[in-house]
Structures are given as C-alpha cells and as structure tokens.
Design a protein around this ligand. Structure first.
Ligand SMILES: [Mg+2]
Ligand SMILES: [Zn+2]
Length: 183
C-alpha cells in the first residue's frame, strides 16, 4: 500500500480537550484544549502521521447545540493549532446523530472508513486513540491499532492503554517509532 497515508485518529472530548463529563461541550468557552494533546500532535506529525479527529456529538440531534456551533468550534480549534502551535489536523469528522439511528456513530467504524476513503489512508498502519471503550471498538472494526487513555482504559479493550494524556504524550513517540508493536 505504498503512497497511502498513515494516520492517528483522535477522539475529541477527553483526548483533544477536557472531557465535559456526561454532557456536551455546547459553547467555545467550555472547550479547554489539553496541552498534552498539542504536544502529542506535534510528535505524531513529526513521525509522518496525519491526524484526524473522530467525534460523537449526539448533542446536536438532542438540540443541545447546533451543527454550526460545532463547526465553529472546530474552525477555532484548527486556527489555534495552526497560529499558536504551527500544527494541522488533516480533517475532523463528527457524528451529529442520535444513538442507534446511523452508521457513523462510534462504536461503528463509519467515520474512520469514510476518512480513509477520502484521504487515502492505510488503516492497518494507523491508530485510533480514545478514552471510551467505543473509541477502541470503532478503531478495531476499521482495522486500526487502538489506544485507550484514562480510567476506562482497562487492558483487553485496546491494544495499548495509558493512565492519562500525560503518559500518552511521553510514550507515543516510542510506540509509533517501533513501527507498530507485535499484536
Ligand atoms: Mg471521549
Ligand atoms: Zn452518525
């Protein structure tokens, strides 16, 4: 599969920005970018991986926020990454649908598969990183290697687990430089 990109897919809430808990990030004021994500993005980019966010945002279907608000948040996020850190995301996908009504909401692999089609990504050389079991499930179903971060990251749910984004940041270079662990 030469000429195809490899990618690190990142869940959003809890990985890119502070988890809002059980609710949704409904306003930009509540979007708190995690410095450990920014540094991790710098590392994966330097290692030649594209980076794409894959996010469930059911709050749109539930009327908590509009798609325009989410799109605006993502524009601001990409702007900050570019202007303040010199970093880029290749794309951002989110599912605005209600659970059980679509083929894209994680744990389904729909968004990752669509990203791979659109951008020519070799999924076998790519990783999905998240903080919920459904993130790992979607990555696995898409044929990626999987990483879970945080308290829901019990071994067995993902190929690799980390305590928090700080540990992820310090270990990710090693993990990706190995050209993949033997699984
Ligand atoms: Mg999450
Ligand atoms: Zn969906």
């Amino acid at each position: 599969m030469s000429g195809m990109k490899k990618c690190v897919f990142f869940d959003r809430d809890g990985i890119v920005n502070q988890s809002p808990g059980p609710g949704y990030v409904e306003r930009w004021e509540d979007f708190h970018l995690l410095p450990d994500f920014v540094e991790s993005l710098r590392i994966v980019t330097a290692l030649g991986y594209a980076a794409i966010i894959i996010s469930n945002q059911q709050g749109v279907a539930l009327g908590c926020m509009t798609a325009e608000t989410v799109d605006d948040m993502h524009r601001r996020l990409r702007d900050i990454l570019k202007k303040q850190h010199g970093l880029s995301l290749l794309d951002i996908f989110y599912c605005p649908h209600k659970s059980g009504t679509c083929d894209c909401r994680k744990p389904k692999p729909g968004m990752i598969l669509e990203a791979a089609r659109r951008h020519g990504i070799n999924l076998a050389e790519s990783w999905m990183v998240g903080d919920s079991p459904g993130d790992a499930e979607s990555g696995k179903a898409a044929g990626c290697r999987t990483i879970l971060v945080g308290e829901k990251a019990s071994p067995g749910l993902a190929d690799v687990t980390f305590r928090d984004m700080g540990e992820f940041r310090s270990e990710i270079k090693n993990l990706l430089s190995k050209g993949g662990i033997s699984l």
